[in-house]
Structures are given as structure tokens and as C-alpha cells.
Write a protein that binds this ligand. Structure first.
Ligand code: MG
Ligand code: MG
Length: 244
């Protein structure tokens, strides 16, 4: 079993190198909806892979392989470029949210990659939102600060993704110029059940974000009671299967 699993990973890694070049990758989008206006304000970009023989391969499979095989930078850059091109033609100023890996963010040329994607697509920078996880703070702090400054100079928006699941150190919020905090879906499950602590935690995150003039997005909303709870807790945006 171990051998065949290793063989499968090796095959996927090899095919992933070709997939980017051969247009087997494509993008799917999940809407993010404003809780007050019920309008779609942005869409999060999700990378998808249709393998010619194996069919759809889940990102849960190919993203870790891409990370180990040092392909995550190339994959991330392709997603960014393609997303900007596709979003350029969307109506109504809807934003596009793109996930950025720590490996991409740690590349000194990343701001140039973003600038080129914007220039090439002619997408206004304020319509691009980069989603970063706390893992970006594990690198060299001077370089991290410098990259934040370069990205803000470009005029793009920055979101802190999956908040609450990593180290969740509040020291990041002292300086990093985020426009939004995304509350991880692990805080949503059970939120309406009696005795569950998630509502208190979400309420605290919303207060913190409001005081720092940041938006909040609750991720992974699936049920109406969860949606209502998020509205009552003052979360500004909703994302999840309840919409799409
Ligand atoms: Mg994300
Ligand atoms: Mg997320």
C-alpha cells in the first residue's frame, strides 16, 4: 500500500508540472456576500485540476504535493494571473480574492508578480484582494514588513485568512495592514448550540476587527441558523454553501 501511494504521488507530481503548461488547471469561484445588502461583493478563487486520465483531482491532494515539490510558487502565480484576467470582465466592480501561499509571499519578487498581473489584465488594484494565512509571518520579519508595504503601495487589499486556526497572535494585527479578517469555519460549527463558545469568540473577533476598521468574513456557512447568528454577531460578509 505504501509503495502504491508513493507511486501515485510521484505520478501526480510529474503530471502537475505539465498541467500548468497544458491548460488542465482552471479556476472556480465562491461568492462572498455582504450581510447588509445581500450583494455579492467578491469571489474567492479556487484552483481546480482536471487530469486527462484521473479526472478531477482535489486541491486537498494536489496542493500539498505542489508544496512539497516546490511547484506552489508557479501554481500560485498562474492562479493570480488567470484570476485577474477573468475578473477584469466581471460586471459591477466585484472583487476577486486570491489565496497566496507563504512560499509565494516569501519570494522577494512577489510584488512584481502582482504588479504584472494587474498591468497585464488592466484590473483596478482595489478589486484584487490577496488572502494570506498567518504562516507568512513565520519568515524574516523585515522582509515580511517590506512585502506588506510594497503590496499596499500597489493598492491591493489584504485579508487574513483562516483566522483563529494558526498561532492567532494579536501582534500581527499591530502592524500588518489587513483590510479584512476571515473567520475560519471551525468557529462556525455548533455556533447556535447552547453552551457552545463559538459565538463569544466570533463576537470578540468582530469587535476587534471593527475597532481596527477591518471587514470580517465568516467562512463555511451552510445553514440558515448559522447565517442568522452571523448577522446577529455583526459579521460583515458571509461565504459558504448556503449561497454557493
Ligand atoms: Mg482563502
Ligand atoms: Mg479560508
Amino acid at each position: 500500500d505504501l509503495h502504491s501511494e508513493a507511486e501515485r504521488r510521484r505520478q501526480i507530481e510529474e503530471d502537475l508540472r505539465d498541467a500548468l503548461a497544458n491548460d488542465q488547471m482552471y479556476l472556480a469561484y465562491q461568492p462572498i456576500v455582504d450581510t447588509k445588502t445581500n450583494q455579492v461583493v467578491s469571489l474567492e478563487t479556487l484552483a481546480r485540476w482536471h487530469h486527462p486520465e484521473l479526472g478531477e483531482i482535489s486541491p486537498a491532494v494536489f496542493i500539498p504535493i505542489a508544496e512539497e515539490a516546490n511547484l506552489i510558487g508557479a501554481l500560485g502565480d498562474w492562479v493570480l494571473k488567470r484570476a485577474c484576467e477573468e475578473a477584469r470582465h466581471w460586471p459591477g466592480g466585484v472583487r476577486i480574492a486570491v489565496n497566496v501561499s507563504a512560499a509565494q509571499f516569501g519570494n522577494a519578487g512577489f510584488a512584481t508578480v502582482v504588479a504584472q498581473a494587474l498591468a497585464h489584465s488592466e484590473l483596478p488594484p482595489e478589486r484584487l484582494e490577496l488572502e494570506l494565512t498567518e504562516s507568512v509571518f513565520l519568515g524574516d520579519s523585515a522582509a515580511t514588513t517590506d512585502m506588506f508595504n510594497q503590496l499596499k503601495l500597489l493598492g491591493v487589499r489584504l485579508a487574513l485568512d483562516d483566522f483563529g486556526t494558526g498561532y492567532s497572535s494579536l501582534s500581527y494585527l499591530q502592524h500588518a495592514p489587513f483590510d479584512k479578517i476571515k473567520i475560519d469555519k471551525s468557529f462556525i460549527r455548533g455556533v447556535t448550540e447552547e453552551g457552545n463558545r463559538n459565538a463569544a469568540i466570533i463576537s470578540a473577533i468582530v469587535s476587534l476587527a471593527n475597532a481596527l476598521k477591518m471587514d470580517t468574513t465568516a467562512e463555511g456557512i451552510e445553514a440558515h441558523d448559522e447565517l442568522n447568528a452571523m448577522r446577529q454577531l455583526g459579521v460583515s460578509q458571509i461565504q459558504g454553501y448556503i449561497y454557493a
